[in-house]
Design a protein around this ligand. Sequence first.
Ligand SMILES: [Zn+2]
Length: 300
Amino acid sequence: MSIKKYFNSNIISLVLNGIALVAIIVAGYFIYSLSQNNIALKNDMSSTTEILSRRITNLESALATTTLTSQELAQRILDQQNQSNSFQDKISNIAGTVGTLEKLSKTDKELLQKYSKVYFLNDNYVPMSLATIDQRYIWDKTKILQFHNMALTFLNRMLDQAISWNIQLQIVSAYRSFGEQSSLKNDYLVTYGSGANQFSADQGYSEHQLGTTVDLTTEGVKIPLTTNFEDTPSYKWLSENAYRYGFILSYPKNNSYYEYEPWHWRFVGVELATRLYNEKIFFSNMEQRIIDTFLVNIFD
Ligand SMILES: [Zn+2]
């Protein structure tokens, strides 16, 4: 091998080694630099993750607080509603009581009083409002008879119902003022003497003055207002049905205080009449304080 050749070959080898060395250094640098970037990225990522996780935790706790608050709000709304409802109930109750009291204050308490031969209605008493009874129900067509305005509907309904059952009922007497009652009693006294005191004049006195009482008869009864009336289908029908229209027999057979008057019917309201009918009690035997509890509903 010539020197030149040897020298050339060495230079080439040197150059190649140099290139290889440089390549290794560059590659090493790249690897180093990459690994540094990787570490930085990892650091970045871990801090971002930490921030994110912290934010999530904050959000979660904020959400929990909000949920609690909305639950509390719902509860408070419910509490308020309950309070308002109970307040409403109280108002309704008070309004109901006031309504009942107002109704009661406007209802004539005399309408359910028990009257007797010794306990009379005041002479000056006149019903709140009177209405004329339809002529077709009246026994003596020459007479004009009046009845308590608010009880008249019940009377008409009863008489119409009787007609639909083919039961004939006619009114002999209804409202009687104090003056009319007095002259009637005088007539009785003239006719029957002192025995008239035992007669119907006294016991029916106040009830006719109330305007809520009628004396009834029917065709075929020769003398109206006698106990013969009890043998008629009309009386039987009344005994079984009058209570449905609020009417009761004031002086029933076998009562302890009064002469029997099958013709004399008094309006006391459907509720009370039904109670008396169902329990088979005489009006005169029921305690006044119990009777009074029916006053508010007398025209219902
Ligand atoms: Zn009578």
